[in-house]
Design a binder for this molecule. Sequence first.
Ligand code: NDP
Length: 245
Amino acid sequence: MNLDLNNRRALVTGGTRGVGRAISLALAGAGANVVACYRADEESAAELGRRLKQLGGDHHVVRADVTAPADVAALADHVRTVYGGLDVVVNNAGVDSMAPLAVLEGEEWRRVLDTDLTSAFLVTQAMLPLLGEDASVIMIGSAAAERGVPMRAHYGAAKAGLAGFTRSLAKELGGRRIRVNIVAPGIVETEPGAGLPEELFQRFTGLTPLGRLAQPDDVAGAVLFLAADLSQFVNGVTIAVDGGI
Ligand code: NDP
């Protein structure tokens, strides 16, 4: 058993920036062919395309809004056309948002729930017919799901919902030898992480026994483990990548 993902076919939603970009590059670096989707930012999509090309392999960077059923259906068609099937799905696309409950608007609640939870339902359901035996579905959750974070009730609700979705699917799809797991980071130093007020940044770093915040590659490492045969008997669990906070 090893981390070799040669000839595996992977989809990474929100795979062009931040954590998703690190996951796309790590999977491709381990030999997988990768379809990475994004919503709007053409510049980072083009940059990822160039990086993937340098690594070699059959990679595709595709615009698809994972909250839009028609886009998700088109994404599944694309994957079917280029690969014929799929071995790894990483439901990574997500948005962060902060608002106290008193002023949290319904529209913002729905935007976060749509992007961080419903998208995983839409994508996993659409990709299901493409998944073969020993496929691995990986959700990018959050420490906020279990711990709760003030001003992130909507985000915490979405990520906690993702955890319930995952545990149910792990039981439902286990009979087809499809594994479903979560990687749950603490704060990652990407755009949203880096956008933290300095005081919070220092506080979370101080609270983390390993003395720093996560880098995108830390999350990608756990995803590689779950994508590979190394984790072939790991199903329905959450792997925290939070430095032990
Ligand atoms: P970024 O904002 O850096 O990147 C988000 C990616 O998702 C982009 O590629 C973006 O595309 C894409 N995306 C967003 N909405 C959609 C959509 N509707 N359809 C398709 N693609 C979409 O986010 P992070 O890398 O920080 O976060 C990635 C995941 O990690 C999320 O699920 C987040 O909740 C989780 N996480 C992040 C933490 C952090 O501190 N950063 C901590 C814990 C969990 P585009 O560039 O086109 O907008």
